[in-house]
Design a protein around this ligand. Structure first.
Ligand code: FES
Length: 140
């Protein structure tokens, strides 16, 4: 094991200067180091392709179909395949802030992924953001 350089890394992206070393401060800095994996946003579509207000559409991303919904300007992303019998939620409509499956009408909350009348059924949801005219999603 190599001895750490006086100004060396103690974790990715974190440098601690040892010249003004003060143990309580060092402990405080180390407690802020996250061991969680960093979010990995990938580009899914240009912003211009987002569904219109109170609409949903399906998009492919890294081999996975994602339903992106626009509810009063709030963009959400969740798995596209309905847990009932596999309907494509991106082909459904948005009513009362829910994405309605086109096959049998199950209603899904695009923010939580939960089916309104079947609260034990939950689709995976994904962080989504718009930057510089592009839409990015974190598939985890
Ligand atoms: S497949 Fe979606 S409600 Fe039946």
């Amino acid at each position: 094991m190599r001895a750490p350089h006086p100004n060396g890394r103690v974790a990715d992206g974190v440098r601690i200067r040892f010249s003004n070393f003060h143990l309580p401060c060092l402990r405080s800095k180390l407690s802020q180091v996250s061991t969680e994996p960093a979010m990995a946003f990938v580009k899914i579509i240009p912003q211009a392709h987002l569904p219109y207000n109170n609409e949903a559409r399906d998009f492919s991303c890294n081999g996975k179909m994602i339903c992106i919904a626009n509810v009063w300007g709030k963009i959400s992303a969740m798995d596209n395949e309905c847990l009932h019998q596999g309907g494509s939620l991106g082909q459904g409509v948005v009513e009362d802030a829910k994405v309605v499956c086109p096959w049998h009408g199950w209603r899904w909350d695009p923010k939580t992924g939960v089916a309104e009348d079947h609260p034990d059924q939950k689709l995976k949801t994904y962080p989504i953001k718009v930057e510089n005219g592009e839409v990015f999603i974190d598939l985890g």
